[in-house]
Design a protein around this ligand. Structure first.
Ligand code: GSH
Length: 209
């Protein structure tokens, strides 16, 4: 398996996390995302992702783009314990909802981070506003769950829903989005960081166990 990867990308991080969690061997093709913009190179766009985005996974001759799609594929194919993407159809429906939410977090919080930390252009205030709106939805949901004694977005244990939403919520302060007004979200982030087997990202302070 080969992952077209960028170390500082939250979407690549979630895929690396699952590859580690499932104990799968893989090789990495480090892409010069910044400043090289290698994800927009002709060879990459023509052969791997017409959208010019990371991550992309190759599993033999199977090529898949989009972090959420890759998570579903890896969990469905390789998670023999059916833990990350449980078979229960209602849970799957709910997980799908949070996978779509993760994309909304990328569109807003990740764009704000790219603006602040990488100097990308963009409507920074609109991105921050959008991120706060989606974090409000997450925080309200998690507050209800926590009041009922549950820690995770869906079901009884961490699933792809949590993994998909985690990275760009964790990295939101790098885009100038403070998380003080989202206490349930911050509790959930802490709980996820402290799960056994947590895999961090370069530059991140390791969780104290
Ligand atoms: N829906 C896609 C979004 C991927 C995405 O936005 N990737 C970023 C890196 S984290 C990227 O390649 N951005 C460059 C661009 O959109 O032009 C996914 O989840 O994989």
């Amino acid at each position: 398996m080969k992952l077209y990867d960028y170390e500082l990308s939250g979407n690549c991080w979630k895929v690396r996390f699952l590859l580690h969690a499932l104990g799968l061997p893989w090789e990495t093709r480090q892409m010069n995302f910044h400043p090289g913009r290698e994800h927009k190179a002709e060879w990459f766009v023509e052969r791997l992702n017409p959208l010019g985005q990371l991550p992309v996974l190759e599993d033999g001759d199977f090529v898949l783009r989009d972090a959420q799609a890759i998570l579903v594929y890896l969990a469905s194919r390789y998670d023999t314990g059916r833990s990350w993407y449980p078979d229960d159809v209602r849970w799957r429906g709910e997980i799908q909802l949070w996978l779509a939410t993760a994309d909304e977090i990328t569109r807003t919080a990740s764009a704000a981070r790219l603006h602040d930390a990488f100097g990308f252009e963009g409507e920074i205030e609109a991105c921050r506003r959008g991120a706060r709106a989606v974090f409000r939805v997450l925080d309200d949901h998690l507050a209800e769950r926590q009041a009922a004694g549950r820690r995770w977005l869906v079901g009884e244990h961490a699933t792809l829903a949590d993994l998909a939403c985690f990275p760009y919520a964790e990295l939101a302060p790098e885009g100038g989005i403070a998380l003080d007004e989202f206490p349930a979200l911050r509790t959930w982030l802490r709980d996820f960081r402290h799960r056994p087997g947590f895999v961090g990202m370069p530059g991140m302070i390791a969780p104290v166990s």
